[in-house]
Design a protein around this ligand. Structure first.
Ligand code: IVH
Length: 672
């Protein structure tokens, strides 16, 4: 065989193998036996061994080709990977339905009904039909590059098949482990004296986060696609169910349970049908997902905070188990909030051993009438902290009442109830070791500064040994100090120093979130970054400007203002920056015609969501507010604009329709 013959032979074999993969994995209808398949596969290996130059990264022989990584690289998602709002009963479903109906003014809404896989969301980017990058969800905006591991999943095509495949296509879906595969895996793990996994979801997560793809390739991972992220090229699909069918035609496995549903009744029926079928399915699900089927209507509805308005997860009630509550202790949180925690006789709930459950606050204990010594139902919903559902009053004997302590068990300061609130708070502030430790742990956490390896045990030792007193001291730590801590080897100490070095480059939003301002979560931190662009402007912002930001209410605005009013906080921020913490400032060209202008958006836009247009305006230096006033410079309007349009007329505010708006932003180099 000469080189040219070998090239043609290899190409042909790859095509045949990929067609058979499709028959087997997607259609579940193999046309050849396993032995015949192996024969074709071995023939390809033979050619590639003889002519190694012909090996392509996406050849089916190369699924486990790569070497172990030293770390996962970051991948920025071009289209954010959001989560879904939840409903837990028919009332919540009906409310969702009415909300959507009100916005669409449509009679019978049509949904795609799907199973909600209990695994991990991944995004797989295909370029010119070839699998290029696969990533985890991460914080929704930045994930980890797990391409090597995704390539080992035989169900996921390395090359898409069929026609009209967009030049760039990001497939979104879930990686999970089937129930039977999970029990086989655990049996093998036990036999090999390896870690036994608590449930299929944990096993899937652990398998995807392996640096060595050889290990991943031995884990029985499955995949189902449920949507599309970013794409370039033409996609003439107007319904979500068409998207699913198209993905299947391109070779991707999709759920066999999806259905088109008309009206609320049909959705509720579908939920019942899937609930009854749940135990027959080969994989775990924790609910069903309803998505508005029309892509156009999805665009009209847009997004709120971190989830689409056009979809909802109707979750199954989580499993409950009975155990005895043997004590109630209190924990002191990052901002001093005292949380009562139930100590339980250990009980296994949905695969995890539970020894503690949160009781939230004193009102909750009184409302549920929980006493020490009671028998209780414990519930665990996904990754959520376990909680006490209710007391079994019939079993009550020798119980005693819980009393909120008057002084903090950690620092001895007074505990006081906040005015008008359920929470009791330790008044010790950062002089309370518990608050200090929690603040440092929050600063180091993954979604904040992401300082790998800096766990609770280490932070406790660091503060107890007075090596650090606040977050800025972390950056003064040296390897020789760390090494002296309990159970700390040279390698772990080096890793922490390296993680501290690496975390210095961050984003403004992550930094603000890491500061731990009460009630300022990731979304609020991101809104602050989008609105103000610089830390200085956030620090100096008057409270009414803070309140004008859509996500921020009066309480959060006050928290932000008072945080930056405290000398000590400003000192710590200064120190952090002097230790090299930095972020890219958003570049706003002073010349954009949008700079400093105030916009209001109304009506339904056709080409983009309101959220998108808001982000674009902000990135061009404009401000977006929710109501028209005499300070509004422009009103951008779509279909059915309503009262804001009239108000703009009254006040003589300039009005721009969507087409002109698109023209204006394209002139500034925005691709839309
Ligand atoms: S759609 C913008 N469809 O649920 C919404 N998600 O709570 C994109 N999930 O992160 C998600 N099955 O990991 C969608 N059929 C399904 C799903 C599904 C499971 C997971 C997914 C997502 C999470 C949201």
């Amino acid at each position: 065989m000469n080189l040219e013959q070998a090239r043609r032979g290899a190409e042909k074999l790859r095509k045949i193998i990929s067609d058979h993969n499709y028959q087997y994995h997607v259609l579940d209808d193999p046309e050849i036996t396993d032995a015949e398949y192996d024969k074709l596969f071995n023939k390809l290996i033979q050619i590639e061994e003889e002519f190694p130059n012909l090996i392509t990264p996406n050849s089916p022989t190369q699924r486990v080709g790569a070497k172990p990584l030293s770390e996962f690289k970051e991948v920025k998602h071009a289209v954010s990977m959001l989560s879904l709002a939840n409903a837990f009963d028919e009332d919540e479903m009906a409310r969702f339905y009415d909300r959507v109906k009100g916005k669409l003014e449509d009679k019978d809404l049509v949904f795609s009904g799907e199973t909600k896989f209990d695994g991990l969301a991944v995004s797989i980017l295909y370029k010119k039909s070839h699998l290029e990058i696969a990533s985890t969800r991460g914080d929704g905006y930045i994930g980890e590059d797990i391409t090597q591991n995704i390539r080992t999943i035989s169900q996921i095509p390395l090359t898409l098949v069929g026609k009209n495949i967009p030049e760039k296509l990001e497939v979104r879906g879930e990686v999970f482990i089937k129930r039977k595969d999970f029990s086989d895996l655990n049996r093998r793990q036990k036999k090999d004296n390896q870690k036994v996994f608590a449930n299929p979801r944990n096993a899937a997560a652990g398998s995807l986060r392996q640096l060595d793809p050889k290990i991943t390739s031995k884990r029985p991972l499955s995949f189902c696609a449920y949507g599309i992220g970013d794409y370039k090229g033409s996609l003439k699909l107007s319904e979500h169910t068409q998207v699913l069918n198209q993905l299947q035609h391109w070779g991707l496995p999709i759920s066999s349970e999806f259905q088109t549903l008309k009206g609320l009744e049909m959705c509720l029926e579908y939920y019942k049908e899937i609930s009854n079928k749940r135990s027959e399915l080969t994989y775990d699900i924790d609910g069903v997902v309803f998505k508005i089927n029309s892509i156009n209507q999805q665009k009209i509805l847009g997004y709120v905070s971190r989830s689409p308005r056009w979809a909802i997860a109707y979750k199954f009630s989580p499993p409950e188990e009975i155990t005895q509550l043997i004590d109630i202790e209190v924990q002191v949180g990052r901002t001093g909030t005292i949380t009562p925690v139930a100590r339980l006789i250990p009980v296994n709930v949905a695969g995890a051993n539970i020894t503690n459950a949160t009781l939230h606050n004193l009102d909750e204990i009184n409302r549920k009438d929980i006493k020490i010594g009671d028998w209780v139902y414990i519930r665990r919903a996904g990754d959520v902290i376990p909680e006490v559902v209710r007391v079994i009053k019939e079993k009550r004997e020798n119980v005693r009442e819980f009393k909120m302590p008057l002084i903090c068990p950690v620092c001895g300061s007074d505990i006081k109830r906040q005015k008008g609130k359920a929470a009791f708070v330790c008044m010790g502030g950062l002089s309370c070791a518990a608050q200090k430790i929690q603040a440092i742990l929050h600063f180091a956490s993954r979604k904040a500064m992401n300082i790998d390896g800096l766990g609770e045990k280490i932070v406790i030792q660091l503060t107890e040994n007075k090596l650090i007193n606040n977050i800025s001291d972390l950056f003064l730590l040296e390897q020789k100090q760390l090494i002296k801590l309990d159970r700390m080897g040279e390698r772990s100490a080096d890793n922490i120093i390296q993680a501290l070095e690496k975390c210095r480059s961050t984003t403004l939003a992550k930094f603000i979130y890491a500061l731990g301002i009460p009630e300022v979560g990731e979304t609020t931190a991101r809104s602050l970054e989008n609105h103000f662009h610089t830390l200085e402007r956030i620090q100096k912002s008057p409270i009414d400007e803070l309140e004008s930001i859509p996500d921020i209410g009066p309480i959060v605005a006050r928290n932000i203002e008072s945080f930056f009013a405290q000398e000590n906080n400003l000192k710590i921020i200064k120190k952090l920056i002097s230790h090299g913490i930095n972020w890219d400032s958003i570049q706003i060209s002073a010349k954009t015609p949008f700079n400093g202008l105030s916009f209001v958006i109304t009506g339904s836009l056709e080409k983009m969501t309101r959220e998108n247009s808001r982000d674009i305006l902000i990135s061009l230096g404009g401000k977006v507010t929710s109501s028209v006033s005499k300070n509004t410079d422009y009103l951008i309007y779509g279909n059915n604009p309503g009262s804001k349009y009239e108000k703009a007329n009254e006040l003589n505010v300039n009005k721009i329709d969507e087409r002109s708006f698109l023209k204006m932003i394209r002139k500034e180099g925005v691709k839309y």
